[in-house]
Design a protein around this ligand. Structure first.
Ligand code: KIV
Length: 262
């Protein structure tokens, strides 16, 4: 069995130019599948506020919800690195509270690391959490928790600010940084400038790795598919086909058959 993915694994992959694969997961059965498929890093994203809870943003997600989902994902993943996403207002107001909340992901939910959004503004928080022995993944560019400040989920194009944010989170102690909604040329320059691995979502092919939201890439939820998503399966449609057959067989008396009876 392959050994657990650690920070060292990710640093070595960047050094060798091997692409890192990352994906979100939110529960035990799908975490098992993702892990067994060989994905290197599983993020329990606060995107669960949208793809699991059906909300319009990630803002209402709570620490308790994140800890619950992180714990049940960690139970299903033997090899992938488990990263818990710090929800809105769990790290923005107070650095001590941020360190405590980050620690809860490791103590109570078996995560190996946490992720938080923001650049220069959250550097002191990144340093304090890292100095407590908790690896931090930063997240810059389109940061969904700032949806109202950005005026919507918009691609971020201010190259100087993005480069400054990336260099700052690295200096602050982040082990990796998610680049979201950033033009290809800018994320290429950031990836070349950083020693830590960049993981892109809507940030083009030059990042050290890629991440997608599980439900988006497998076609589970109906509706708009953003430009940066590639759908690798149509699980929602396949599930509906299975359910339609079940309904038809129950109503026609075909199920349960003799083989399903005691
Ligand atoms: O919440 C999430 O799923 C994320 C990824 C999209 C990077 O932050």
């Amino acid at each position: 069995m392959p050994s657990k993915v650690t920070l060292t694994t990710l640093y070595k992959m960047k050094e060798k130019g091997e692409k890192i694969t990352a994906l979100t997961a939110y529960d035990y059965p799908f975490a098992r599948i993702v892990d067994e498929a060989g994905i290197h890093l599983i993020l329990i994203g606060d995107s669960l506020g949208m793809v699991i809870q059906g909300g319009n943003s990630t803002l209402p997600v709570t620490m308790d919800e994140m800890l619950y989902h992180t714990r049940i994902v960690a139970a299903g993943a033997k090899t992938a690195m488990i990263v818990g996403d710090m929800p809105f207002m769990s790290y923005q107001t107070d650095i001590r509270e941020a360190v405590n909340n980050a620690g809860r992901f490791l103590k109570e939910a078996d995560a190996q690391a946490v992720k938080l959004e923001g650049g220069a503004a959250v550097c002191d928080t990144i340093t304090a959490i890292s100095e407590a022995g908790i690896p931090v993944q930063a997240h810059i560019g389109l940061t969904p928790q700032s949806v109202h400040q950005m005026g919507g989920f918009k691609v971020q194009r201010d190259e100087d600010r993005l480069m400054e944010d990336a260099l700052n989170v690295e200096s602050a102690g982040a082990f990796s940084v998610v680049l979201e909604g950033i033009p290809v040329g800018i994320s290429e320059k950031i990836t070349a400038a950083l020693k830590i691995p960049t993981i892109g979502i809507g940030a083009g092919p030059h990042c050290d790795g890629q991440i997608l939201v599980f439900h988006d890439m497998l076609g589970i939820n109906p509706g708009h598919v953003p430009k940066f998503v590639k759908q690798y399966a149509t699980v929602g449609e396949e599930t509906k086909r299975g359910l339609a057959k079940y309904i038809q067989e129950v109503q026609s008396g075909e199920f349960p058959g003799k083989e399903h009876c005691y």
